[in-house]
Design a binder for this molecule. Structure first.
Ligand code: PHE
Length: 478
């Protein structure tokens, strides 16, 4: 039952524009916003990083979001076949489909480590859940979290978790299991329903915790930290990091937006939707900063703590704050919701490819790719522990110190996503039929010219720069 080329008839569709927007915003908003963005902004000095990041979103991310969605809608198939269809219609080589392949591979690899991190989120949700209900039954539901546990012990929980392979595997299994279940149910009953419930819940929680932080934390200090630029901190590697983060956060270069685009009706105007995705994604990243840093500053923690900021520092902060265990529980539920709508979009890309290119049923395709990414996740998770010394790409300077987890994360972020983004820009800007592209965007006159300029020039040049400096930091003298 291989779908015919273009597969229009067999392609499922969103039941409304709202469903599409929620699903796409759900794909974009994830661990990248709530965990990685505050981490990176903290490590890289705040203001200048944030400003440069916003520049990347507007000038490179936004035009590329529209590019990916339009390839999907015009190609009406999986990421690989959609590019091929558009290439064929444009009368250019079908070999362009190669970047569709890169995107599917990137999605597969990202999901591998993403699910492991989401597993940590589940663990912490469990810790705070148990703490909150314990406090509730002992009649003090609004006390601080983890009362009686020394701050060192709270911080030590992360190390304990990394030392506990069965627990890491259990959490990863639960998260992948839920992701599989949603995808197996299909576009309408799975992806759409999940987004419809989880995204509004996510936004409510985000608002509640941000307001809480503004009242009990150091809000003005956080605002100053995030918005006062110190341009001496904006070195080339920092710019490189910001651009890479923008691609990851907007789900670019990883099949998600092309695949979701294929389910969009011809009536939907794509440009405003792309704008909403970029706005929501960036807004959430900044609000997440405004949610996390007031709490971090209130208890005098280090904003530059790195990847452990959310998992190690915040739990210590929650201990000292009113209603800390409840807020901690809500905080990790919020991250879980964000991570789930993203992991769903990561699995849908490969699954759709299996359905279209291999002729598999949805159930079979979702099973194959879930098991595949699950096993990759196990390999990543073992590198937090017994395989900690394995250096897969030890010969490559930028990965010389990286364990398997960091290699999978770094290789996708530094190599695969930028390469796909670069090829997307060149393909849509220079190779795809201009009329076809113009019709799909729905943009006219000056707006179309501006968008085209960004896709033809700014995006490829900007992305080429991160690729070069990201892969060969020696060029920067670093
Ligand atoms: N954008 C998601 C996040 O910020 C991650 C993601 C990447 C999702 C690529 C889909 C595709 O967490």
């Amino acid at each position: 039952m291989v779908a015919a080329a273009g597969g229009a008839a067999s392609q499922p569709g969103w039941s409304s524009r709202t469903a599409f927007v929620l699903a796409a915003v759900g794909a974009a908003v994830g661990l990248g916003n709530v965990w990685r963005f505050p981490t990176l902004a903290g490590e890289n000095g705040g203001g200048a990083f944030v400003l440069f990041y916003i520049g990347c979103v507007v000038l490179i991310g936004l035009p590329l979001i529209l590019s990916e969605i339009l390839i999907g809608r015009a190609g009406r198939s999986d990421a690989v076949d959609s590019v091929r269809n558009v290439a064929r219609e444009s009368g250019v080589s079908e070999k362009w489909a190669i970047f569709g392949v890169f995107e599917v591979v990137a999605a597969f690899m990202i999901l591998g480590f993403y699910s492991v991190v989401a597993g940590w989120v589940l663990y912490y949700a469990g810790v705070f859940g148990a703490d909150f209900f314990g406090a509730l039954f002992s009649g003090a539901p609004f006390a601080g979290a983890l009362i009686g546990e020394a701050p060192e012990a709270i911080q030590g929980r992360m190390g304990d978790l990394f030392g506990n392979i069965p627990l890491l595997i259990a959490m990863h299994t639960v998260f992948m299991g839920i992701t599989f279940w949603v995808i197996a149910r299909g576009v309408h009953d799975g992806i759409e329903k999940a987004a419809l419930y989880l995204m509004p819940a996510f936004f409510v929680l985000l608002l509640v915790i941000t307001i809480y932080g503004a009242f009990v934390g150091e809000f003005s200090q956080a605002v100053a930290f995030l918005f006062t630029p110190d341009f001496s901190k904006l070195t080339a590697p920092v710019m490189n990091t910001a651009l890479g983060q923008a691609l990851f956060s907007m789900s670019l270069g990883s099949a998600a937006l092309m695949t979701y685009g294929a389910y969009v009706s011809k009536e939907t105007r794509l440009a405003p939707t792309a704008g909403m995705i970029a706005l929501a994604d960036t807004g959430v990243a900044i609000i997440a900063g405004l949610m996390i840093f007031p709490i971090v500053f209130a208890v005098g923690l280090d904003p530059a703590a790195g990847p452990t900021l959310v998992f190690q520092s915040l739990p210590v902060a929650f201990q000292q704050m009113p209603a800390g265990s409840l807020v901690g529980l809500l905080f990790f539920i919020l991250i879980f919701f964000a991570a789930l709508t993203s992991s769903i979009s990561l699995l849908e890309g490969p699954t759709s490819w299996g359905i279209n290119a291999r002729g598999w049923s949805r159930l079979k395709s979702a099973t194959v790719f879930s098991i595949g990414t699950y096993l990759l996740g196990i390999i990543c998770l073992l590198s937090l522990n017994v395989w900690g010394d394995v250096r897969l790409l030890g010969f490559w300077s930028i990965f010389a110190e990286s364990n398997i987890f960091d290699v999978v994360d770094g290789f996708t972020g530094k190599v695969l996503l930028p390469v796909s983004a670069l090829l997307t820009a060149i393909f849509v800007g220079w190779r795809a039929d201009k009329k076809l592209v113009e019709n799909e965007t729905g943009l006219e006159g000056g707006m179309f010219a501006l968008w085209r300029f960004l896709v033809c020039w700014l995006a490829p040049v900007g992305v080429a720069l991160i690729l070069v400096f990201g892969l060969f930091p020696g060029l920067l003298g670093g």
